[in-house]
Design a protein around this ligand. Structure first.
Ligand code: ZN
Length: 75
């Protein structure tokens, strides 16, 4: 697996949509490739953050911060 292939499958991997063989390939690539490991960690953290912010129990302050962040991304 090369880095382009890894990136193409990263979101499916994070969403748990890949089969065991594909997951094993991605994990093997992560062990060999610090750049993709950084990318993976970033996407994983971002995903957890967004998911937490989408729950109804999110404090208003956190939701406001996320709105602000998204507004900046859309500029
Ligand atoms: Zn890579």
């Amino acid at each position: 697996m090369d880095c382009r292939e890894f990136e193409a499958k990263l979101w499916a991997f994070l969403d748990g949509e890949l089969d065991a063989a594909a997951c094993a390939e991605l994990r093997a690539h992560l062990e060999d490739c610090p750049g993709c490991l950084d990318h993976y960690r970033f996407e994983d953290a971002l995903r957890l953050f967004v998911r937490r912010c989408c729950q109804e129990t999110v404090p208003d302050a956190l939701r406001a911060r996320l709105d602000h962040l998204l507004a900046r991304l859309e500029e």
